[in-house]
Design a protein around this ligand. Structure first.
Ligand SMILES: Nc1ncnc2c1ncn2[C@@H]1O[C@H](COP(=O)(O)OP(=O)(O)OP(=O)(O)O)[C@@H](O)[C@H]1O
Length: 580
């Protein structure tokens, strides 16, 4: 294209001033010429020729005495040179010399033309050089735009997102390969072949954007769910078109799945302990992992209920799908429903545009873990029961039913049977959840695990806190074995972390323990030293003993209260008062 311009410019000059023209590029290739030079286009000039001198000099000049001018002194062609005069002018693009345009006289007559019109010719030639320069620039811009368009196309086609651009009426102009594959569209279709109820007119008036709105589409007779975003293209205040982006629901869930499962894979080997009690529960839980039945894990706080739920999930066939944990007490009551089941746009004040996915949808094909299920409000218990029976959810503010395939594991540290008796928990839901019951024994009932757990936590905190404590003193382990651990394994973990922080030697001693634990030995010390024991210490110790003997479930507490000769209500009150 630029070559055509050069030829045109050269011919125009020749027709006006009847001298020959030649143009060389910055590498001394002759790229255009008239008259005698027509046949020499494409040749490479010698490095000491006039044009090399002109490139070096970088400004216009006239030579009236070729062969004798300083520009010609080292030219290899000097002796055979047939030229009578030359005008040279640099072609500059963005201040860089890209070539030289030259006027050449081959006889006296032509030389006179040059000689008599020096200023005009220089001015004229400079203008021609500028013309060529602007053509070169324009060409480069075009090449850049073509390259950019190609890069953009590659970029758009390598995205996981479908992209469609339309005009202001929603007529499709362009789309990437993912959009083509999702919707099987053609140029000139209107966007409502993809999204049926898109309010284009309304959008145009308000120049509004749409974020993550869910919709359904059909491809090859199959129904799919996806999200779309729309951004208007606004030029000088006017909407001239729209960019639509589309994400398949499946892809979004996959990203979520990858994020939620990468860090926290848990197996039964992570559950430390080799007491008969824990081994029995682990074996049972391993066996039921593969199935799809609901599991209810009961046990005091900190006994490892979530650890078990995770291990069950990661041993099941659902291991590559999400494990979603949700603590029913950690979310305000009015938000639990929308957290679990999601909501539609405009469902309530403050609802996000485009609505929100609920945890059940996020857990599709995976497992949902509902911790502290005993605290779930009654109206939600009814909704949960429906999900379990029909495997569908309904979003807050929505009217359609969405099928979900989720294994439900619930946990409670309150005794759910008692909640059922007190009418605080639906009996039918309890039975639906309790298909596979798992009861985790409190730590004080598996004191054989205390040493191994303590040493495991020592290693963990040595690593985490960059310490190198070698061991835990036997006296500490003995104290641990006698303590009643109301906070169970979590409390033991915290105590070891505290001790690692306090310990200055290579062994954890009694002095490194928190006060609460050290004080728990007072009773034993006083007993050993034949001292008078305050009645409240005695009472606390006896209640503790009874709880260890009979257990903490409702039957155990009832029996313990019986043996101690107090009512069940008094027993609960004292457990609370003494923090046992
Ligand atoms: N057997 C165990 N081996 C190793 N760590 C354990 C074990 N049991 C519990 N833990 C640890 O104790 C802490 C509490 O465990 P987890 O959250 O599973 O208990 P939870 O019963 O679900 O508690 P809550 O009822 O308070 O939710 C966690 O840090 C967990 O890793």
């Amino acid at each position: 294209m630029i070559y055509e311009t050069l030829v045109r410019v050269s011919n125009a000059i020749v027709s006006v001033i009847n001298v020959d023209i030649t143009i060389v590029d910055k590498s001394l290739n002759r790229i255009a010429g008239t008259g005698r030079y027509v046949d020499n286009i494409g040749e490479k000039l010698n490095e000491n020729c006039l044009f090399a001198y002109a490139l070096e000099k970088g400004e216009s000049f006239i030579i009236e005495n070729p062969r004798y001018h300083e520009a010609c002194t080292s030219c290899e062609n000097r002796c055979n040179c047939k030229e009578w005069a030359q005008v040279c002018c640099p072609i500059k693009v963005d201040d860089k010399i890209e070539g030289i345009i030259g006027l050449i006289a081959f006889n006296k007559e032509q030389k006179n033309i040059i000689k008599n019109n020096k200023d005009n010719l220089l001015e004229f030639l400079n203008r021609m050089a500028d013309l060529i320069s602007s053509k070169v620039k324009e060409n480069r811009k075009k090449e850049e735009i073509i390259l950019m368009a190609e890069e953009l196309e590659i970029l758009l086609n390598s995205m996981d997102t479908g992209v469609v651009s339309t005009d202001d009426r929603g007529k499709i102009k362009r789309y990437n390969s993912i959009a083509k594959e999702m919707f099987n569209i053609d140029e000139n279709d209107f966007i409502d072949v993809i999204i049926q109820d898109i309010p284009i007119v309304h959008m145009k008036k308000r120049k509004c954007q749409i974020h993550n709105k869910e919709f359904q589409y059909i491809n090859n007779g199959k129904k799919y769910r996806a999200f779309y975003n729309v951004k208007p293209i606004v030029i000088e205040g006017e909407v001239t078109g729209y960019i639509f982006t589309f994400n398949k629901m499946k892809e979004i869930l996959k990203v979520f799945n990858d994020l939620s499962t990468t860090h926290m894979v848990t197996t039964f080997d992570d559950i430390i302990g080799n007491s008969i009690e824990i081994e029995k529960v682990k074996e049972y839980a391993r066996n039921i992992s593969k199935g799809n039945s609901t599991v209810l894990i009961q046990g005091e706080s900190g006994t490892g209920k979530e650890l078990f739920a995770r291990s069950i999930h990661y041993l099941s066939d659902r291991r590559d799908k999400p494990f979603i944990a949700i603590n029913c007490t950690a979310i305000p009551e009015n938000l639990i429903e929308s957290e679990l089941f999601g909501y539609e746009e405009g469902a309530f004040t403050g609802a996000k545009k485009g609505g929100k996915l609920g945890k059940f949808e996020l857990a599709h094909k995976g497992t949902i873990f509902l911790d502290e299920i005993g605290d779930m409000p009654l109206n939600l218990q009814t909704k949960l029961l429906r999900v379990l029976q029909e495997n569908v959810i309904e979003r807050v503010g929505g009217s359609s039913i969405i099928p979900v395939d989720v294994r439900v594991i619930t946990a409670s540290n309150k005794i759910l049977e008692e909640k059922v008796q007190d009418k605080e928990f639906r009996e039918d839901l309890f039975y639906r959840l309790n298909v596979i019951p798992i009861n985790l024994p409190p730590l004080r009932e598996r004191i054989d695990d205390i040493e191994i757990l303590s040493n495991d936590f020592l290693q963990k905190f040595n690593y985490k806190l960059n310490r190198n404590i070698k061991k835990i003193d036997k006296s500490v382990i003995n104290l641990f074995k006698g303590y009643n651990w109301p906070g169970n394994v979590r409390e033991l973990e915290n105590v070891v972390e505290y001790a690692v922080n306090m310990c200055a030697s290579d062994t954890i001693e009694l002095t490194n323990l928190p006060r609460k634990l050290k004080e728990s030995t007072t009773y034993t010390n006083k007993l050993e030293n034949n001292n008078i024991i305050p009645l409240k210490d005695l009472e606390k110790a006896e209640i503790n003993k009874a709880l260890i003997k009979f257990g903490r479930d409702s039957d155990g507490i009832k029996q313990a209260a019986n043996e101690l000769g107090i009512s069940r209500a008094t027993m609960y009150r004292k457990i609370k008062t003494y923090g046992i």
